[in-house]
Unconditional design. Structure first.
Length: 257
């Protein structure tokens, strides 16, 4: 048994029951919802660790619901999409989902993806707790990055904007940003970015990386419509065009990456 609770959001009773049975067999506590109202009421009154959310939620829009959830909460979200819903998958990631599963699915894939997303969320939470613990700032390995008035802290998976406020990046956002921060001013192909972020093999018809970049730009660029940090290299991929400084706790003077 675990102490983690999953909210299954699905209007198809058979699929909802199947998911519940599989998750309970794995030791998770499971709640169910079949409407946006139920979901929002549940996450406001109950501690939820992860939501599986069907994009096509009856007459309601699962993407709009995901956007609303992300507006008020950092709960991990796995979107369920139809086999041909490429655009929906991309938009789902763009609005803040952590992963997606395509229907029809195998129950073992569902459990594997749930475990992966929950593990990443746990790693992020632990990193943040460790970073704020007494003496954490003096520990080895606490290097952080400065770029264009912003600061990224890999040890706590956090990025502060130019006003010192948390940018609220998803784990996918931070992973992509981290790839760029470690390789400033290098041209990276979409295939390289998919590989370095742990994604699937890229194909010319796959817009996942493009949309992840677009989402990240909205959070870190001064003007996302005229990006100066993450620049497109037409026909190839992207480059992080900004100077990046790596600051070590034991070495106050920052050095350029």
């Amino acid at each position: 048994m675990t102490d983690q609770t999953i909210l299954v959001v699905e209007d198809d009773t058979k699929i909802r029951t199947l998911l519940r049975n599989v998750m309970e067999d794995e030791g998770y506590s499971v709640l169910e919802a079949d409407s946006a109202v139920d979901v929002l009421e549940t996450i406001k009154s109950t501690r939820i660790d992860l939501i599986t959310l069907d994009i096509h939620l009856g007459s309601e829009n699962g993407l709009e619901l995901a956007k609303e959830i992300r507006r008020i909460s950092d709960i991990s979200i796995i979107m369920l999409t139809g086999k041909g819903d490429v655009i929906d998958r991309v938009v789902g990631l763009e609005v803040g989902a952590d992963d997606y599963i395509t229907k029809p699915f195998h129950v073992r894939e569902v459990i594997a993806r749930i475990r992966s997303v929950l593990r990443r969320a746990g790693d992020k939470s632990t990193a943040r707790q460790d970073a704020h613990a007494p003496g954490a700032q003096d520990a080895e390995g606490g290097a952080h990055f400065r770029f264009d008035g912003m600061t990224a802290f890999p040890d706590r998976l956090e990025v502060l904007d130019r006003k010192g406020l948390d940018c609220r990046l998803t784990s996918g956002d931070f992973k992509l940003l981290s790839v760029f921060l470690h390789r400033p001013k290098r041209v990276l192909s979409r295939d390289q970015l998919m590989d370095l972020t742990g994604g699937a093999e890229w194909s010319p018809l796959d817009r996942t990386i493009d949309n992840q970049v677009a989402r990240l730009r909205k959070k870190i660029e001064r003007d996302p419509s005229d990006p100066k940090l993450i620049k497109t290299v037409r026909g190839v991929g992207y480059t992080f065009a900004c100077d990046v400084q790596t600051v070590q706790p034991s070495d106050p003077p920052a050095k350029s990456a």
